[in-house]
Design a binder for this molecule. Structure first.
Ligand code: ADP
Ligand code: MG
Length: 455
């Protein structure tokens, strides 16, 4: 017999919670409850499609095993989407913000405790990192590496556009490693800092100290290695450090805004070292994922914001998570300054400055960006050749001109090497089909889109 649904779910959540990060727990289990039990099937009500999808795939095992532990007659869990009651006629819910505590002060205090030796900021942990499909692979690789540094994926290479969580993940690996094993010698730095250190050591004539210092780490994390581009002397020095660390089974982790093969001016031997480990990407979050991130961030700051406002911010701030945080901070800051709860009109006005006006993007600028991205001369893209390094960028250009700019096939054909419109149609169909099976290609195209949107 099973009649106290509330208690059952509470007990189940109690078991699930320690297995899931805090951020994920509140994202996926908030506003869920059991509404029915019949013939071994429990029905769990969830607030939206997105939560349903995640609970029924990623967390199904956790949910069902914790329920079964509590009641062995349960065989299966079903999910039912129940949207929340409309907020209009509920005065107490009409509030857009409600301060819930002083989490912010706590964060501020933590910031002061940055581990200056390892250069790690305690704010960046796995616990405060929201996982969804756009960053799931990178997140699980990061977790795996932090559990077994030097043994599993070495090096680990995380790439993706700006503001999407690369630094956060890199730092989280460092923090987790330090927490589990404080004796580990961890160092986080950007490639620019590495370059500056090197130049300084030459000036001070103590390059031997520089070499020694970097060879002693068990975990070396180098962020944004795209800045190594064209700095050949530094790359050479880094190559030797890399080999020394690697041969000693020490872990090396990198991030970059693009995969190694597209970093212009990066030596081949470094590229092949980077590619020899595990490469994972972070892509763009979808609308639902942006909303979920906003919800978590809002809770972390101890504020409540209406769904309407969350929806508005997520629909308008699409670039990346840093921008989302920025928008949320402006909204919270303004609410404090004005000393009142903000409504949608206030928020629209505050964010107006942050939302980019629609610009006209020309075919010429798209082609230029693509040529640049694949490191080929712009006029080469029109060349009559079957060489893959030319054909691929050209087909991507044709695809983007058609798909994103709605340019006519005859124009695309003419603009890209006096080709027939059927060539443009073929390229469009080919890329459309290829991205379905090739995640890397999809990511490249999204990277290009991001560059285009920022130009
Ligand atoms: P990147 O290094 O890729 O440019 P960052 O790691 O600096 O991006 O992330 C930008 C901001 O967004 C940081 O404040 C970070 O904490 C936050 N952020 C990024 N991804 C997530 C995530 N999945 N969950 C929570 N916060 C995130
Ligand atoms: Mg970064």
């Amino acid at each position: 017999m099973l009649d106290n649904f509330e208690k059952l779910w509470k007990d189940a959540l109690f078991e699930i919670e320690p297995n899931v990060s805090k951020a994920n727990f509140s994202t996926w289990f908030k506003d869920t409850y059991i509404s029915k039990y019949e013939d071994g099937v429990v029905t769990i009500n969830v607030p939206n499609d997105f939560v349903k999808e995640w609970l029924s795939t990623k967390y199904y095992k956790f949910v069902i095993s914790s329920l079964r532990n509590l009641n062995p007659s349960i065989r299966h869990a079903d999910y039912l989407i129940v949207s929340k009651p409309p907020q209009i006629n509920q005065p107490e819910k009409k509030q857009y913000f409600k301060q819930q505590g002083n989490n912010e002060e706590q964060l501020g205090f933590q910031e002061l405790n940055t581990d200056t030796e390892a250069n790690l900021n305690p704010r960046y942990t796995f616990d405060s990192f929201v996982v969804a499909s756009f960053n799931e692979v990178a997140h699980s690789a990061a977790i795996a590496v932090s559990k077994s540094i030097g043994n599993l994926y070495n090096p680990l290479f995380i790439y993706g556009g700006v503001g999407l969580g690369k630094t956060h993940l890199l730092q989280a690996i460092g923090n987790e490693t330090k927490k589990n094993n404080p004796a580990t010698k961890v160092q986080y730095l950007t490639s620019e800092k590495f370059a500056n250190d090197y130049v300084l050591s030459i000036q001070n004539k103590n390059i031997h100290l520089f070499k020694e210092k970097y060879r002693k780490y068990n975990l070396l994390i180098v962020d944004d290695i795209q800045f190594f581009s064209d700095k050949l002397k530094i790359q050479e020095e880094f190559f030797h450090i890399f080999n020394a660390l690697y041969d000693g089974n020490n872990q090396i982790i990198f991030s970059s805004d693009k995969p190694p093969q597209y970093i212009v001016g990066l030596e081949d031997r470094l590229k092949s070292r980077f590619e020899g480990g595990m490469m994972v990407d972070i892509s763009q979050p979808s609308l639902e994922e942006r909303m979920a991130i906003l919800r978590v961030k809002m809770q972390q700051r101890g504020y409540l914001i209406s769904d309407e406002i969350i929806d508005f911010i997520a629909k308008n701030i699409k670039e990346n998570i840093r921008e989302l945080e920025g928008a949320l901070n402006s909204v919270i800051g303004q609410s404090k300054i004005r000393g009142r709860i903000l409504n949608l009109i206030d928020v629209e006005e505050i964010l107006k400055r942050k939302i980019k006006p629609i610009r006209v993007i020309t075919a010429d600028s798209v082609i230029k960006i693509i040529a640049n991205y694949y490191n080929i001369e712009e006029k080469k893209i029109n060349e009559k050749t079957r060489r893959q390094e030319i054909v691929k960028p050209r087909q991507i250009a044709m695809y983007l001109l058609r798909n994103d700019l709605n340019t006519s096939y005859p124009y695309i054909g003419r603009r890209l090497g006096q080709k027939d419109h059927t060539t443009a149609i073929h390229a469009y169909k080919k890329i459309t089909c290829d991205i379905k099976n090739d995640k890397k290609l999809e990511q490249e195209i999204n990277n290009i889109r991001e560059i285009i949107s920022k130009n």
